[in-house]
Design a protein around this ligand. Structure first.
Ligand code: CMP
Length: 145
């Protein structure tokens, strides 16, 4: 049963573009640290201003990122969130709310730190995504001015 679950998680991970370049061993390391969780539509997955304890990867479903009631981004399969608070130790920058039933891979803070140290491709991808989000935020700001 455990093996089946692990291989299912690896299967889910390998479909995520973020993990396309990872070796089987690296996928296995991540799968070992991740819990698969199903949530219903409407569930608040991260609370703006709250404490961040988890990094979450979307295997199925979709969610929106909201700050002060404004939608900043929409996330779907292969996207992740919750990395900011784990990296800088500050409160959640935004709320993330499920827009549909979802399947999530949840990595707890200490495991996330270990994974960033042991899977350089994950570290690079998280950094690249932070850059992408900053560029999108800059572009949105410029478009308003
Ligand atoms: P964190 O601050 O831990 O919790 C809320 C999460 O929402 C944050 O990490 C990011 O993963 C995500 N997030 C915040 N702002 C944006 C944005 N502008 N675009 C996409 N995702 C975001």
């Amino acid at each position: 049963m455990l093996l089946r679950r692990r291989s299912e998680k690896i299967d889910a991970l390998s479909k995520v573009p973020l993990f396309g370049a990872l070796s089987q061993r690296q996928l296995d390391l991540i799968a070992k640290e991740a819990d698969e969780v199903e949530v219903e539509a409407g569930r608040v997955l991260a609370h703006q201003g709250g404490l961040g304890r988890e990094f979450l990867l979307i295997a199925e479903g979709k969610a929106r990122v909201e700050r002060d009631g404004t939608v900043l981004a929409r996330l779907g399969p292969g996207d992740f969130f919750g990395e900011m608070s784990l990296i800088d130790g500050k409160p959640r920058s935004a709320s993330v709310i499920a827009d549909a039933p979802m399947v999530l891979l949840v990595v707890h803070a200490s495991s996330f730190a270990t994974l960033l140290d042991t899977v350089p491709a994950l570290r690079r991808k998280v950094l690249a995504t932070l850059c992408e989000r900053l560029r999108a935020a800059d572009a949105a700001l410029a478009a308003r001015n």
